[in-house]
Design a protein around this ligand. Structure first.
Ligand code: RB5
Length: 146
């Protein structure tokens, strides 16, 4: 699975940890920045990840900032991107099972590394349930403007 990962300054250190965690498990992960703790603007990195997933250059994306919220708002502007802010492993599993979330967003400031790893695991391992959930997702796509 090709995973693209991005963060702003608030998520930079957690991104490095999650990147190491994923590569240690054998995943191919591309880091699109940022590359330091210097203050930067989260939409710049959410756009890189959103675009890569939207264009099919990556299968999934992960975005980490202070809360995860600004990242999701930005990534969801891209066609076919379904970005979800997740704060527990169960929520992450449901984001996959019900919402087929292809971009996972989470907080570096309010979640520990351990919880972050469990969230990533739950999101990656849980399959989309399809059925009525696919019908609902199609209704979202109709409203997409890009
Ligand atoms: C940066 O201070 C913070 O606003 C950002 O990381 C994020 O939480 C935005 O949604």
């Amino acid at each position: 699975m090709r995973i693209v990962i991005g963060s702003d300054h608030a998520g930079f250190l957690r991104k490095k940890e999650i990147l190491n965690y994923l590569t240690g498990k054998g995943h191919r992960v591309v880091d699109v920045g940022c590359y330091s703790e210097e203050s930067c603007d989260y939409p710049d990195y959410a756009k890189k990840v959103g675009r890569a997933v939207s264009l099919g250059k990556a299968d999934r994306g992960i975005l980490i900032c202070g809360t995860g919220i600004g990242m999701a708002m930005t990534a969801n502007k891209f066609k076919s991107v379904r970005a979800a802010v997740c704060w527990t492993p169960r929520v992450a599993a449901l984001a996959s099972e019900h919402n087929w979330a292809n971009v996972l967003c989470f907080s570096a400031r309010f979640l520990s590394l351990k919880v972050g790893e469990k969230i990533v695991d739950a999101w990656l391992k849980t399959p989309f349930a399809g059925g009525r959930h696919l019908r609902r997702l199609k209704k979202i796509e109709k409203g997409t403007v890009k």
